[in-house]
Design a protein. Structure first.
Length: 221
């Protein structure tokens, strides 16, 4: 909860969770999700390690306060489409990688009113800024934009150069889930926050305490 509040103060627009040793629809996980939802006023996402086995498991996580579920790479397409029909494509997001047949699938997804895909780059541990993969991502972004499908990049950005390159791609890419690069302070703005934290550690005023929740008691948007 403290980490979520800190990320919010550092202007995070969404917090994405990964449960590595349990499932998010288990009771302790749901309790944690509710605590996080009460602590911050931004959406929560969850990257799933395994696909839910029923609508009830999806509903339990969404009802606890999660805005968006990213299904794992190996989720059968028919299962995804079933969940998408039950909960909409804004809530249930399929995860694909660069081997996905975008040219063949995106027209069909457009007809099924699919609004978003997540592209997982983590197996490669990042992209080379001038590599061929960026050229392919640019083509994928243009194709997705043509079919009115938004794209979220999962991982793959290791620092500011790649972040700027992704922003310059344009097209349908509109969001990014960061992983290791965020923990390693790979972005210039994070230096400012580390300095602010160091100063706040010596302050006694509650107003200057980074761990104080400025949204305490206020309704969430």
């Amino acid at each position: 909860v403290d980490r979520a509040r800190l990320l919010r103060k550092e202007n995070s627009k969404m917090i994405n969770l990964q449960f590595v040793d349990c499932d998010p629809w288990e009771a302790p996980s749901l309790a944690l999700i509710r605590r996080l939802r009460a602590a911050v006023d931004i959406p929560l996402g969850v990257s799933l390690a395994e696909a839910p086995k029923s609508n009830a498991e999806c509903r339990a996580v969404l009802d606890a306060g999660v805005y968006r579920l990213f299904l794992p790479l190996d989720t059968p397409e028919e299962l995804y489409l079933t969940y998408c029909g039950a909960f909409t494509s804004r809530k249930i997001i399929p995860t694909v990688d660069l081997t996905f047949d975008f040219a063949a699938k995106l027209p069909m997804y457009h007809e099924r009113k699919i609004e978003r895909l997540a592209i997982d780059i983590s197996p490669r541990d990042g992209l080379e800024t001038e590599g061929m993969e960026w050229q392919r991502l640019a083509a994928i972004g243009e194709l997705a934009q043509k079919h009115n499908i938004h794209l979220t990049m999962l991982h793959g950005v290791r620092g500011y150069p790649e972040l700027k390159h992704l922003q310059d791609l344009g097209g349908a890419f509109d969001s990014l889930v960061l992983c290791r690069a965020l923990n390693e302070n790979r972005f210039p703005c994070q230096l400012i926050w580390r300095e602010v934290e160091a100063m706040a550690a010596f302050e006694t005023s509650p107003a200057s305490n980074l761990w104080t929740n400025p949204l305490e008691g206020r309704p969430h948007v």
